[in-house]
Ligand binder design. Sequence first.
Ligand code: SAM
Length: 296
Amino acid sequence: MDQQLPLKSIKGHKRNREERYMKERQTVGTQRKGETDCCMAMKNTVKKLTHLTKYFFRIEQAHNIDNLKLDKLHLIDYACRNAKIESFADLGGVWGVNGGYTFYGIKKHKIKTAFLVDTDFTKEVLKKSKKHRGLTLINANFGDRNVIPQIGKVDAIFLFDVLLHQVNPDWDEILQMYAASTRCFVIYNQQFIASEKTVRLLDLGYEEFFQNVPRAKDNPLYNEVFEKMYEIHPRHNRIWRDIHNIWQWGIVDEDLFAKMKELGFTLQYYKNCGQFYNLKNFENHAFVFKKNRYAV
Ligand SMILES: C[S@@+](CC[C@H](N)C(=O)[O-])C[C@H]1O[C@@H](n2cnc3c(N)ncnc32)[C@H](O)[C@@H]1O
Protein backbone atom coordinates (compact mmCIF):
# COMPACT_ATOMS: atom_id res chain seq x y z
CA MET A 1 0.00 0.00 0.00
CA ASP A 2 1.30 3.48 -0.85
CA GLN A 3 0.94 5.42 2.31
CA GLN A 4 2.20 8.77 3.46
CA LEU A 5 2.46 8.54 7.20
CA PRO A 6 1.41 9.68 9.76
CA LEU A 7 -2.06 8.24 9.07
CA LYS A 8 -3.30 10.00 10.52
CA SER A 9 -30.94 36.96 8.16
CA ILE A 10 -30.47 38.05 5.42
CA LYS A 11 -33.65 40.25 5.77
CA GLY A 12 -36.38 40.69 3.16
CA HIS A 13 -39.18 38.87 1.52
CA LYS A 14 -39.01 35.08 1.52
CA ARG A 15 -39.25 34.75 -2.26
CA ASN A 16 -36.58 37.37 -2.94
CA ARG A 17 -34.25 35.49 -0.68
CA GLU A 18 -34.92 32.19 -2.43
CA GLU A 19 -34.48 33.81 -5.84
CA ARG A 20 -31.25 35.42 -4.71
CA TYR A 21 -29.93 32.09 -3.52
CA MET A 22 -30.92 30.30 -6.72
CA LYS A 23 -29.25 33.01 -8.78
CA GLU A 24 -26.11 32.65 -6.72
CA ARG A 25 -26.12 28.88 -7.39
CA GLN A 26 -26.56 29.40 -11.11
CA THR A 27 -23.52 31.58 -11.57
CA VAL A 28 -20.53 30.22 -13.35
CA GLY A 29 -17.85 28.61 -11.25
CA THR A 30 -16.67 30.73 -8.39
CA GLN A 31 -18.23 33.87 -9.84
CA ARG A 32 -19.78 36.00 -7.12
CA LYS A 33 -23.07 37.85 -7.17
CA GLY A 34 -22.75 41.11 -9.12
CA GLU A 35 -19.51 40.05 -10.69
CA THR A 36 -19.45 40.41 -14.47
CA ASP A 37 -17.97 37.89 -16.90
CA CYS A 38 -15.20 40.44 -17.52
CA CYS A 39 -14.34 40.61 -13.78
CA MET A 40 -14.32 36.84 -13.66
CA ALA A 41 -12.01 36.59 -16.67
CA MET A 42 -9.65 39.15 -15.06
CA LYS A 43 -9.65 37.21 -11.81
CA ASN A 44 -8.75 34.03 -13.65
CA THR A 45 -5.96 35.80 -15.54
CA VAL A 46 -4.54 37.16 -12.28
CA LYS A 47 -4.67 33.64 -10.79
CA LYS A 48 -2.82 32.23 -13.78
CA LEU A 49 -0.19 34.98 -13.69
CA THR A 50 0.33 34.38 -9.98
CA HIS A 51 0.75 30.71 -10.69
CA LEU A 52 3.29 31.34 -13.43
CA THR A 53 5.25 33.80 -11.27
CA LYS A 54 5.43 31.27 -8.45
CA TYR A 55 6.43 28.58 -10.95
CA PHE A 56 9.16 30.81 -12.33
CA PHE A 57 10.57 31.49 -8.87
CA ARG A 58 10.19 27.81 -7.94
CA ILE A 59 7.78 28.59 -5.07
CA GLU A 60 5.92 25.46 -4.03
CA GLN A 61 2.25 25.49 -4.98
CA ALA A 62 -0.82 23.52 -3.93
CA HIS A 63 -2.74 24.16 -7.16
CA ASN A 64 -2.08 23.82 -10.88
CA ILE A 65 -2.56 26.61 -13.40
CA ASP A 66 -6.30 25.85 -13.61
CA ASN A 67 -6.57 26.17 -9.84
CA LEU A 68 -7.09 22.44 -9.34
CA LYS A 69 -5.59 20.94 -6.20
CA LEU A 70 -2.39 19.06 -6.92
CA ASP A 71 -3.21 16.48 -4.24
CA LYS A 72 -6.43 15.58 -6.06
CA LEU A 73 -4.64 15.42 -9.42
CA HIS A 74 -2.03 13.07 -7.94
CA LEU A 75 -4.85 10.97 -6.55
CA ILE A 76 -6.43 10.65 -10.01
CA ASP A 77 -3.02 9.82 -11.51
CA TYR A 78 -2.35 7.19 -8.85
CA ALA A 79 -5.73 5.51 -9.34
CA CYS A 80 -5.62 5.60 -13.13
CA ARG A 81 -2.11 4.16 -13.30
CA ASN A 82 -2.37 1.57 -10.56
CA ALA A 83 -5.95 0.41 -10.94
CA LYS A 84 -6.08 0.59 -14.75
CA ILE A 85 -8.99 3.00 -14.84
CA GLU A 86 -10.64 3.31 -18.24
CA SER A 87 -14.00 4.70 -17.11
CA PHE A 88 -15.11 6.76 -14.13
CA ALA A 89 -17.98 8.73 -12.60
CA ASP A 90 -17.18 12.02 -10.85
CA LEU A 91 -19.96 12.51 -8.31
CA GLY A 92 -20.40 16.20 -7.43
CA GLY A 93 -17.63 17.58 -9.59
CA VAL A 94 -18.85 21.06 -10.49
CA TRP A 95 -18.81 23.79 -7.81
CA GLY A 96 -15.72 25.96 -7.87
CA VAL A 97 -13.92 23.83 -10.46
CA ASN A 98 -16.38 23.48 -13.37
CA GLY A 99 -15.77 19.77 -13.74
CA GLY A 100 -12.01 20.38 -13.76
CA TYR A 101 -11.14 16.99 -12.28
CA THR A 102 -13.35 15.18 -14.80
CA PHE A 103 -11.76 17.01 -17.73
CA TYR A 104 -8.26 16.46 -16.33
CA GLY A 105 -8.89 12.73 -15.87
CA ILE A 106 -10.33 12.30 -19.35
CA LYS A 107 -7.48 14.15 -21.04
CA LYS A 108 -4.53 12.95 -19.05
CA HIS A 109 -5.55 9.30 -18.93
CA LYS A 110 -7.33 9.03 -22.28
CA ILE A 111 -10.58 7.96 -20.63
CA LYS A 112 -13.20 6.91 -23.15
CA THR A 113 -16.23 6.77 -20.85
CA ALA A 114 -16.93 9.25 -18.06
CA PHE A 115 -19.92 10.57 -16.12
CA LEU A 116 -20.21 13.85 -14.27
CA VAL A 117 -23.13 14.02 -11.85
CA ASP A 118 -24.23 17.23 -10.13
CA THR A 119 -27.33 19.23 -9.24
CA ASP A 120 -25.74 22.53 -10.27
CA PHE A 121 -24.19 22.59 -13.71
CA THR A 122 -22.60 25.75 -15.03
CA LYS A 123 -22.42 27.24 -18.53
CA GLU A 124 -18.73 26.49 -18.65
CA VAL A 125 -19.22 22.77 -17.95
CA LEU A 126 -22.00 22.51 -20.54
CA LYS A 127 -19.77 24.19 -23.14
CA LYS A 128 -16.63 22.19 -22.36
CA SER A 129 -18.48 18.87 -22.24
CA LYS A 130 -19.42 19.20 -25.92
CA LYS A 131 -15.79 18.49 -26.84
CA HIS A 132 -15.86 15.13 -25.05
CA ARG A 133 -18.04 12.55 -26.77
CA GLY A 134 -17.50 9.94 -24.09
CA LEU A 135 -18.65 12.23 -21.29
CA THR A 136 -22.24 12.05 -20.04
CA LEU A 137 -23.57 14.82 -17.80
CA ILE A 138 -26.22 13.74 -15.31
CA ASN A 139 -28.13 16.63 -13.77
CA ALA A 140 -29.43 14.92 -10.63
CA ASN A 141 -28.83 14.15 -6.98
CA PHE A 142 -26.46 11.19 -6.99
CA GLY A 143 -28.18 9.91 -3.84
CA ASP A 144 -31.19 9.21 -6.04
CA ARG A 145 -31.22 5.49 -6.87
CA ASN A 146 -32.31 6.24 -10.46
CA VAL A 147 -28.82 7.63 -11.16
CA ILE A 148 -27.07 4.29 -10.59
CA PRO A 149 -28.43 2.48 -13.69
CA GLN A 150 -27.64 5.58 -15.80
CA ILE A 151 -23.99 5.10 -14.90
CA GLY A 152 -23.93 1.33 -15.04
CA LYS A 153 -20.48 -0.13 -14.23
CA VAL A 154 -17.42 2.11 -14.13
CA ASP A 155 -13.84 1.34 -13.12
CA ALA A 156 -13.78 4.18 -10.57
CA ILE A 157 -16.02 6.51 -8.63
CA PHE A 158 -14.54 9.91 -7.68
CA LEU A 159 -15.88 11.52 -4.51
CA PHE A 160 -13.99 14.78 -4.01
CA ASP A 161 -15.16 17.08 -1.17
CA VAL A 162 -18.62 15.56 -1.29
CA LEU A 163 -18.93 12.74 1.25
CA LEU A 164 -19.26 15.11 4.19
CA HIS A 165 -22.30 16.73 2.50
CA GLN A 166 -24.37 13.55 2.08
CA VAL A 167 -27.53 13.06 4.15
CA ASN A 168 -30.50 10.81 3.39
CA PRO A 169 -28.86 8.83 1.96
CA ASP A 170 -25.98 9.43 4.37
CA TRP A 171 -22.30 9.29 3.31
CA ASP A 172 -21.92 5.59 4.20
CA GLU A 173 -25.15 4.67 2.39
CA ILE A 174 -23.82 6.42 -0.73
CA LEU A 175 -20.73 4.20 -0.61
CA GLN A 176 -22.94 1.15 -0.20
CA MET A 177 -25.21 2.20 -3.08
CA TYR A 178 -22.30 2.56 -5.51
CA ALA A 179 -20.17 -0.37 -4.32
CA ALA A 180 -21.61 -2.80 -6.86
CA SER A 181 -21.07 -0.28 -9.69
CA THR A 182 -17.32 0.01 -9.35
CA ARG A 183 -14.08 -1.71 -8.36
CA CYS A 184 -12.36 1.45 -7.09
CA PHE A 185 -13.36 4.41 -4.89
CA VAL A 186 -11.15 7.49 -5.20
CA ILE A 187 -11.95 9.73 -2.26
CA TYR A 188 -10.73 13.15 -1.09
CA ASN A 189 -12.63 14.38 1.92
CA GLN A 190 -12.37 16.79 4.84
CA GLN A 191 -12.10 14.28 7.68
CA PHE A 192 -12.93 15.00 11.36
CA ILE A 193 -10.07 14.50 13.79
CA ALA A 194 -11.64 15.78 17.04
CA SER A 195 -13.65 12.69 17.92
CA GLU A 196 -13.45 8.92 17.84
CA LYS A 197 -16.82 8.62 16.18
CA THR A 198 -18.37 10.34 13.19
CA VAL A 199 -20.60 13.29 14.16
CA ARG A 200 -23.52 15.04 12.50
CA LEU A 201 -22.32 18.64 12.71
CA LEU A 202 -25.79 20.14 13.26
CA ASP A 203 -26.13 17.93 16.35
CA LEU A 204 -23.20 19.77 17.95
CA GLY A 205 -25.43 22.82 18.54
CA TYR A 206 -25.34 26.30 17.00
CA GLU A 207 -22.08 27.61 18.48
CA GLU A 208 -20.05 24.46 17.98
CA PHE A 209 -21.50 23.96 14.50
CA PHE A 210 -20.09 27.29 13.38
CA GLN A 211 -16.74 26.47 14.94
CA ASN A 212 -16.60 23.46 12.63
CA VAL A 213 -17.74 24.77 9.26
CA PRO A 214 -15.93 27.11 6.89
CA ARG A 215 -18.78 29.64 6.86
CA ALA A 216 -19.63 32.52 9.21
CA LYS A 217 -22.88 32.85 11.18
CA ASP A 218 -24.08 35.59 8.83
CA ASN A 219 -23.77 33.40 5.72
CA PRO A 220 -27.15 33.76 3.93
CA LEU A 221 -27.54 30.08 3.08
CA TYR A 222 -26.60 28.82 6.54
CA ASN A 223 -28.90 31.47 8.07
CA GLU A 224 -31.74 30.16 6.00
CA VAL A 225 -31.04 26.56 6.99
CA PHE A 226 -31.31 27.49 10.67
CA GLU A 227 -34.49 29.50 10.06
CA LYS A 228 -36.27 26.81 8.05
CA MET A 229 -34.64 23.70 9.48
CA TYR A 230 -37.67 21.37 9.15
CA GLU A 231 -39.43 23.03 6.20
CA ILE A 232 -39.24 21.39 2.79
CA HIS A 233 -36.67 22.92 0.49
CA PRO A 234 -38.51 23.65 -2.78
CA ARG A 235 -35.75 22.54 -5.11
CA HIS A 236 -34.23 19.65 -3.22
CA ASN A 237 -37.60 18.29 -2.08
CA ARG A 238 -36.29 17.46 1.40
CA ILE A 239 -36.04 19.33 4.69
CA TRP A 240 -33.53 22.17 4.70
CA ARG A 241 -31.58 20.35 7.41
CA ASP A 242 -30.68 17.62 4.92
CA ILE A 243 -29.58 19.60 1.84
CA HIS A 244 -26.15 18.81 0.44
CA ASN A 245 -25.12 22.46 0.03
CA ILE A 246 -24.02 22.77 3.64
CA TRP A 247 -21.45 20.96 5.78
CA GLN A 248 -23.20 17.98 7.33
CA TRP A 249 -20.76 15.43 8.73
CA GLY A 250 -17.54 15.15 10.62
CA ILE A 251 -16.48 11.73 9.28
CA VAL A 252 -13.62 9.98 11.08
CA ASP A 253 -11.16 7.77 9.21
CA GLU A 254 -11.92 4.70 11.34
CA ASP A 255 -15.59 4.77 10.36
CA LEU A 256 -14.71 5.18 6.69
CA PHE A 257 -12.22 2.27 6.88
CA ALA A 258 -14.82 0.09 8.64
CA LYS A 259 -17.44 0.83 6.00
CA MET A 260 -15.08 0.11 3.13
CA LYS A 261 -13.99 -3.15 4.76
CA GLU A 262 -17.62 -4.18 5.18
CA LEU A 263 -18.16 -3.45 1.47
CA GLY A 264 -15.15 -5.57 0.47
CA PHE A 265 -12.68 -2.82 -0.43
CA THR A 266 -9.05 -2.49 0.68
CA LEU A 267 -7.10 0.72 1.18
CA GLN A 268 -4.41 1.12 -1.51
CA TYR A 269 -3.34 4.72 -1.03
CA TYR A 270 -3.63 7.21 1.80
CA LYS A 271 -2.37 10.74 2.20
CA ASN A 272 -2.96 13.26 4.94
CA CYS A 273 -2.99 16.52 2.95
CA GLY A 274 -3.10 18.71 6.06
CA GLN A 275 -5.51 20.99 7.87
CA PHE A 276 -8.52 22.23 5.94
CA TYR A 277 -8.64 26.04 5.77
CA ASN A 278 -8.73 27.43 9.33
CA LEU A 279 -10.65 24.50 10.82
CA LYS A 280 -8.44 22.81 13.39
CA ASN A 281 -10.77 19.78 13.61
CA PHE A 282 -10.68 18.95 9.91
CA GLU A 283 -7.94 17.60 7.69
CA ASN A 284 -7.97 16.82 3.99
CA HIS A 285 -7.39 13.09 3.57
CA ALA A 286 -6.96 11.31 0.24
CA PHE A 287 -7.83 7.62 -0.27
CA VAL A 288 -7.93 4.98 -2.97
CA PHE A 289 -9.88 1.82 -2.10
CA LYS A 290 -9.82 -1.20 -4.40
CA LYS A 291 -12.41 -3.97 -4.43
CA ASN A 292 -11.22 -7.33 -3.13
CA ARG A 293 -11.08 -10.08 -5.71
CA TYR A 294 -14.12 -11.97 -4.47
CA ALA A 295 -16.26 -9.04 -3.37
CA VAL A 296 -19.46 -8.41 -5.34
C1 SAM B 1 -17.67 21.16 -2.42
S1 SAM B 1 -18.08 20.98 -4.10
C2 SAM B 1 -16.78 19.92 -4.67
C3 SAM B 1 -16.47 20.14 -6.13
C4 SAM B 1 -15.32 19.25 -6.66
N1 SAM B 1 -15.65 17.85 -6.52
C5 SAM B 1 -14.03 19.57 -5.98
O1 SAM B 1 -13.43 18.66 -5.44
O2 SAM B 1 -13.59 20.72 -5.98
C6 SAM B 1 -19.46 19.87 -4.02
C7 SAM B 1 -20.16 19.67 -5.38
O3 SAM B 1 -20.91 18.48 -5.31
C8 SAM B 1 -22.27 18.71 -5.67
N2 SAM B 1 -23.05 17.76 -4.84
C9 SAM B 1 -22.88 17.49 -3.52
N3 SAM B 1 -23.73 16.51 -3.15
C10 SAM B 1 -24.45 16.17 -4.25
C11 SAM B 1 -25.45 15.20 -4.50
N4 SAM B 1 -25.91 14.39 -3.54
N5 SAM B 1 -25.93 15.09 -5.77
C12 SAM B 1 -25.47 15.89 -6.77
N6 SAM B 1 -24.52 16.84 -6.59
C13 SAM B 1 -23.99 16.96 -5.34
C14 SAM B 1 -22.52 20.18 -5.38
O4 SAM B 1 -23.57 20.71 -6.18
C15 SAM B 1 -21.15 20.78 -5.76
O5 SAM B 1 -21.07 21.01 -7.14
